[in-house]
Design a protein around this ligand. Structure first.
Ligand SMILES: [Zn+2]
Length: 279
């Protein structure tokens, strides 16, 4: 059986189950992971896309014990099922709402906002919110303290690179939010896509290094090319990435360039990006 069977919860720890939605794809891996925390009074983190078989599987798994629906963020593969699941169970919906840049779930309009470090305490678990803007401005990770398991949404994915789409996404914030994860004593990362990551700090350090290496490549390419449009930089900076992925890579390149401009290490005039003269 697949590691990500559809419709069947996979037991990860005595208090955590994972249900994967049938929306596999290039950007979603095996599908969006919904996490069920607890058995007596259940918290659902990321209900996922509003696909009826997935909604039914969630409702079967929670019975009449669902109290809370948390979302890590409101991209269309993470939050749309919240409405139907809340309507069927009466559970409280919790997540932050941002202006729709075309990538947000327009059905996510009513929710209690999440405050950084707030903690839901039940007899079975403590679930602590860790605000992690970057992939998108309203992103939140959730720490299940008893399992030292961080539900990472799209902040860290299993097996693929997170796309940062400005202005809702911000590369500088993303790297700071990665660094923040090193402050927590973690045993598992449970991503929104893909399987558990059992070496959290090693993986997070690798991701930070990878982003900073890419940023260096952007600076170097700018220094060589001089003032130029983003299309000139793309094939140079992403020469190690298959061209079929360049459309997505261009969004991350734009995010890197904005970070450099914000930090005074590059300049932009209309569509033309340029290095800062250092003499
Ligand atoms: Zn996302």
């Amino acid at each position: 059986m697949s590691q990500f069977p559809y419709g069947v919860p996979v037991v990860l720890t005595p208090r955590v189950r994972r249900l994967t939605a049938p929306n596999s794809g290039l950007m979603t891996g095996p599908g969006t992971n919904s996490y069920l925390v607890g058995h007596q009074r259940i918290a659902l983190v990321d209900p996922g896309p509003a696909i009826s078989s997935h909604i039914n599987a969630l409702l079967d798994a929670v019975g009449d014990r669902l109290n809370w629906i948390f979302v890590t963020h409101t991209h269309k593969d993470h939050s749309p099922a919240a409405q139907a699941v809340a309507a069927a169970t009466g559970a409280e919906v919790i997540g932050n709402i941002i202006p729709n840049d075309g990538f947000q779930d327009p059905s996510f309009v009513e929710a209690r906002a999440v405050v950084d470090d707030e903690c839901l305490r039940t007899d079975e678990f403590n679930l602590r919110a860790v605000l992690t803007p970057g992939h998108v401005a309203n992103h939140v990770c959730y720490l299940i303290e008893e399992d030292r398991m961080l539900l990472t949404g799209d902040h860290v994915m299993g097996g693929s690179t997170v796309v940062i789409i400005p202005p809702a996404g911000d590369m500088g914030q993303y790297i700071r939010s990665l660094e923040r994860m090193l402050d927590y004593d973690l045993e598992h990362l449970a991503p929104g896509h893909g399987g558990l990551i059992e070496t959290p700090h090693t993986e997070v350090k690798r991701l930070i290094k990878h982003r900073l290496k890419r940023e260096r490549k952007v600076s170097d390419a700018l220094a060589v090319a001089g003032p130029c449009p983003i299309s000139t930089l793309l094939p140079v900076v992403y020469d190690d990435v298959d061209t079929s992925l360049h459309a997505m890579a261009e969004k991350s390149l734009y995010a890197h360039l904005l970070k450099l401009v914000n930090e005074g290490q590059a300049r932009v005039d209309g569509e033309v990006w340029g290095p800062i003269d250092r003499n």
